[in-house]
Ligand binder design. Sequence first.
Ligand code: BGP
Length: 470
Amino acid sequence: MLYNELKPFPKDFLWGASTSAYQVEGASEEDGKGKSVIDMMDHPEDTAGFTVASDHYHRFKEDIRLFHELGLKGYRFSIAWTRIFPEGTGEINEKGLQHYEELIDELIKYGIEPIVTLYHFDLPYALEEKGGWGNREVIDAFVEYARILFNRFGKKVNYWLTINEQNTLILHPGAVGVPKGGKLPTKTSLYQQNHHMLVAQGKVMELCHEMCPHSQIGPALNMTSMYQATSKPEDAIAAHNWETIRGWSFLDLAVHGKYNNLLWSYLENRGWQPEILEGDLEAIGKGHPDFIAINYYSTATISESTGDASDVSPRAGDQQIMLGEPGVYRAEENPYVDKTKYGWVIDPVGLRLTLRKVYERYNLPIMITENGIGAPDVLNDDGSVRDDYRIDFIQAHLKQIQWALTDGVEVFGYFPWAALDVVSTHQGYAKRYGFIYVNRGEFDVKDLKRIKKDSFYWYQKVIESNGKDG
Ligand code: BGP
């Protein structure tokens, strides 16, 4: 053991919880909201859609009262671009701005810090029809959308997040829905989209610094560590390949404005490199995030690629289940870790390792904006929800955050996924994450009653004691 004693959580640690607009709000056609890609894409037929979700749009006041009772110091939510600009650009929908103003004011009334994600997977469909992020015009649309939000909420919001999990959008595009007709974009077009998102993000961060000098802004990526399956040197190269392509390359651009050399060679070799116009790299480099937000769920274990199609695992992949890629890496099982019911590796120690690596590499404070366990929670006849596995999961991760703090890593907030039950990205309503149970089924929306789970009472004590009891 490296130390005798663990450092306590800092005094002003931001204890929070997260959601995203399309997964929690519902009201998908109300008050002038336009359609987003989420409303228009194909999602698995046997799982709930997003039209009602958790009905947070109508019940946010009740939910915030519960967050207050839980003791949250911060609430991370996203703004639906289509509520502000139903067509992605052009006419502003005042009702959308009013809704988020009320939500932000309600949070502030209870002393809860609003943490706002500008964009969480739900691109306006009107923009998608014009080529989505593949079209450079979306850069200006995103900057304009951000300008309206900074202008309206800049004085009330201290922390902004740019794009949620850009690496999920690029590397696992199917996780957030499949375009009608079933065809996913090619790698060339995905890396072009990626480039445009980076330019847009750089411009938006610069704009935030200009318009809201007291606020902070950062990217929110899905970060993790890759373990090499054996001590075979080629396995180490493969683990490094995938850790770089999946994670570092995105942060290197967001923080240093530089295409990572390994990523660039990989793209060039395959003819997938994006078109970069004059001024793009400068715009990306001017972003200068104030902090890094990371979503952490799992680690993965990697061995050398055999170079043929057998590298690609037959398991269904998603943002956490690695598939393998010929010439790059092969995914392996890790005998030292458990898995959730949905096959996601449970690895609290991997969080400490990931935090160390992110901090060592970028030297910026870190906010953990997602971490949690999806499980088919059961509402018992006595009204209880016994989610001890969630308590165990979060407890173990908190311990590792404390180890990371002891290692000298600057972590200033923890926002588990999710504040309340929400619709999963691609696995329906039965896969629950919240501290608050929402009484609905996959298709039967029932009464949507809010019920405190055992983890609610436990997390309440954790927050109350600033992490000492738990
Ligand atoms: C992250 C997304 C979230 C959330 C979470 C859990 O990748 O940012 O939106 O959904 O994963 O994933 P899932 O719902 O697929 O279980």
